[in-house]
Design a protein around this ligand. Structure first.
Ligand SMILES: [Mn+2]
Length: 336
C-alpha cells in the first residue's frame, strides 16, 4: 500500500523524530543512533519515574518533526542567525528502540547498556541515549571506552557532565557504589580517563561533599557553576568544558541531566533544583555541543514525566536533542 507520509505528530509509531526503526546490529558508520534506557532503579534518596522518560521524549520529538515537515520546502530559518535548515530527504538517524533493562539487577542492566553502546561505537556511529536515571552514564561510558579502544589502541576518553549535581560521590550509605549519584566517580576509575579531561557544567547549590571538594581543590577539576554561566554565558562555558575534555583525547562522552535546568522550566525531574539554568540556555548548550565532532556518545537523563503534568520537560529534552542532532537531520540551504 502506498501511504502518504504522516505529518500529524499524534499518528504513526513514535520512534525518535520519526526515524526508521533499526536493529542495533546493523547501524552504519557516521549515523546517529537513538536508544532508550528506561530505568529508574539507579535512583537513591529522590523520586523515581525516569523509566518513563524515553517514551515521553520520543513522543515529544514528533512535534518538532511535524513542524519541520509542515514548513514550505520543509525548511525553516532561525531568526537569530538567519540560517536556513532543510529537513534531509533521509535524516542520518536511526532509532534502535530500548536497551534491555533488568529492574531487579543493576549489574545485569550495566552489562546490557555497556554492550549496547559498544556495539554502536565500534561501527563508528554516535549513540544518543534517552534516559533513564543518571546511573546509566557509567555503563554507557564504559561502552564508549570499549568501542573506541576497539578502533584505536591506547585511546583516551574525556567526559563532560552537564548537571546541577556532580554525581561524583564514592558511595551512598545504604545504597552502595552503583547508583545515579556515583556514576561519574565510577567513570573516573576507568584507566582510559584522567581527572584533567573531566568537566562539569551547571553545578549549583551545596553539591560538593567534603571529600569531593578536596579532590576538586587538589586536582584542579574543571567545575563550572550556574553562577559562572550567568557571568560568562552558556556558549563559552560549554566550549570550555568540551575543550578540557577533548585535550589529548580521542573521544568525549557528554552526559546531560535535565535537572541542570531550573525546576521552573523543567519540573519533570526527580530532584527539583532552583538555581538552575534557563531553558533558553539549555538549548544554546545543545546547539554548541552540536558543533563538536569529538563527541563520541551523548545521553540525556533524568526526565521523569510523572512529575510534569504539562509534558514540557519532555518537550524541552526533545527540542535540545533535535538541536544537537541538527547536522544529522538538516541541510543548511541558501534561500537568497
Ligand atoms: Mn545527574
Amino acid at each position: 500500500m502506498n501511504r502518504p507520509e504522516f505529518v500529524a505528530p499524534h499518528t504513526g509509531i513514535p520512534s525518535f523524530y520519526k526515524a526508521p526503526i533499526g536493529d542495533i546490529g546493523t547501524v552504519e558508520e557516521g549515523q546517529a543512533v537513538v536508544a532508550g534506557v528506561p530505568m529508574d532503579h539507579g535512583v537513591v534518596l529522590t523520586r523515581t519515574g525516569t523509566r518513563y522518560g524515553p517514551r515521553a521524549i520520543r513522543e515529544a520529538s514528533l512535534f518538532y518533526r511535524a513542524v519541520q515537515e509542515a514548513g514550505s520546502e520543509k525548511t525553516s530559518v532561525n531568526v537569530r542567525t538567519n540560517v536556513a535548515y532543510r529537513l534531509k530527504d533521509k535524516p542520518n538517524l536511526t532509532d534502535v528502540g530500548d536497551l534491555m533493562i533488568y529492574p531487579q539487577d543493576i549489574h545485569k542492566t550495566s552489562e546490557s547498556i555497556s554492550d549496547g553502546v559498544f556495539t554502536i561505537v565500534k561501527e563508528g556511529a554516535l549513540p544518543v541515549l534517552l534516559g533513564g536515571d543518571h546511573y546509566l552514564t557509567y555503563p554507557a561510558f564504559e561502552g564508549l571506552a570499549r568501542g573506541i579502544a576497539d578502533r584505536k589502541h591506547g585511546a583516551r576518553i574525556g567526559h563532560v557532565h552537564i548537571d546541577s549535581h556532580t554525581d561524583f560521590r564514592d558511595s551512598y550509605e545504604g545504597f552502595g557504589k552503583y547508583n545515579h549519584g556515583t556514576s561519574v566517580r565510577r567513570i573516573s576509575e576507568n584507566s582510559m580517563i584522567s581527572y584533567k579531561n573531566m568537566a562539569w557544567v551547571g553545578l549549583n547549590g551545596s553539591v560538593l561533599d567534603s571529600d569531593i571538594y578536596r579532590i576538586y581543590r587538589s586536582n584542579g577539576l574543571k567545575m563550572i557553576s550556574s553562577d559562572d554561566i550567568r557571568v560568562s554565558g552558556i556558549r563559552d562555558a560549554v566550549k570550555e568544558a568540551v575543550e578540557v575534555a577533548a585535550d589529548g583525547t580521542d573521544a568525549v562522552y557528554v552526559s546531560i541531566d535535565i535537572d541542570v535546568v531550573d525546576a521552573a522550566y523543567a519540573p519533570g525531574a526527580g530532584v527539583p533544583v532552583f538555581e538552575g539554568i534557563s531553558s533558553k540556555d539549555f538549548l544554546v548548550a545543545a546547539e554548541t555541543l552540536g558543533e563538536f565532532d569529538v563527541i563520541g556518545a551523548i545521553d540525556l537523563c533524568e526526565v521523569s514525566p510523572p512529575f510534569d503534568t504539562t509534558g514540557r520537560t519532555a518537550y524541552l529534552a526533545a527540542n535540545a536533542l533535535v538541536t544537537f542532532l541538527s547536522p544529522y537531520l538538516f541541510d543548511i540551504v541558501d534561500l537568497d
